[in-house]
Design a protein around this ligand. Structure first.
Ligand code: 5GP
Length: 202
């Protein structure tokens, strides 16, 4: 019996460092893949289609909703984002673990379908630091930063139902914590049925 990959759902307010943390996990674990989402937002400088996101039109996105192609989708900061069922199924069936960098609405929707997934919330150390990070990125207007901070307050209230919360204060320590979550989850007894039966079969 082949082991099915684990889904790691990671949410955070923007500026908490989620994308960098997820990229570290991909580098650390050779059996971990990033779920590339579909979005209607325009690519930022340096972003590549099919790597960072699949950039699609509003119409294409709508078509995918109607065809039932998404495991979840949500409107975030005025744009649509969605995770394709096919992406998750293809990786998991090959025994690969998948990391999904998605917002709280999407995570909540997945929770009702994938109860066996691991839900991780990344927290900033505090609001002044979150503001500093958002301002430091120099990618948003002052109004957009205020909007992101307001949304962050609502998102952080959602952290209470996630399985793990990691404060990204010092980046290397946050990486270690996230890595520990992955290692611990791989060792869960309920995920090791095939390993156990293999021991007795040999
Ligand atoms: P950004 O546009 O800054 O890359 O992402 C904005 C927000 O959308 C982030 O919180 C990110 O996690 C979220 N996001 C990215 N992909 C998806 C997705 O497929 N589904 C949902 N629900 N949120 C997503």
């Amino acid at each position: 019996m082949k082991k099915e990959g684990i889904l790691f759902i990671v949410s955070a307010p923007s500026g908490a460092g989620k994308t960098s943390l997820c990229n570290e996990l991909i580098d650390i674990f050779p059996d971990m893949r990033h779920s590339v989402s579909y979005t209607t937002r325009s690519p930022r400088p340096g972003e590549r289609d099919g790597v960072d996101y699949f950039f699609v039109s509003q119409q294409e996105f709508q078509g995918k909703i109607e065809a039932g192609e998404f495991a979840e989708w949500a409107e975030v900061h005025g744009n649509l984002y969605g995770t394709a069922k096919k992406t998750l199924e293809e990786f998991r069936s090959r025994g690969l673990h998948v990391i999904l960098d998605i917002d709280c609405q999407g995570a909540r929707r997945l929770k009702s379908v994938y109860d066996d997934a691991v839900y991780v919330f990344i927290l900033p150390p505090d609001f002044p630091e979150l503001r500093r990070r958002l301002e430091g990125r120099m990618s948003d207007s002052p109004e957009a930063i205020e909007r992101r901070l307001r949304v962050a307050e609502e998102e952080i209230l959602e952290a209470s139902w996630y399985d793990y919360c990691i404060v990204n204060d010092e980046f290397p320590q946050a990486v270690e914590k996230l890595k520990s979550v992955v290692i611990a989850e791989k060792c869960r007894t309920r995920r090791l049925a095939s390993t156990l039966s293999g021991i007795f079969a040999s």
